[in-house]
Unconditional design. Structure first.
Length: 78
């Protein structure tokens, strides 16, 4: 959670499991979903396609198995 929208960047150094990340804008709309590889020697940065305020990391495949896709809205507690 970030105070305002901006380009967000994540990496997977020392992370042992594959993850998926959803970048979410201030309107709580998923703007980008990416799969991230574990334990990369030279880890790439996974950057939001557009400015985002939130990022949600889950086990890889979680979004696909549940039919969650870009454009969907996320309900977050206040």
């Amino acid at each position: 959670v970030y105070p305002e929208e901006r380009e967000l960047s994540f990496w997977m150094k020392n992370t042992k499991i594959p993850l998926s990340i959803a970048f979410i804008d201030s309107e709580r709309r998923i703007i980008d979903i990416q799969d991230m590889k574990p334990l990369d020697d030279e880890p790439p940065s996974y950057v939001s396609a557009e400015p985002a305020q939130y990022a949600l990391e889950v086990n890889q495949g979680f979004f696909e198995r549940r039919g969650v896709k870009e454009g969907d809205r996320v309900e977050l507690p206040e």
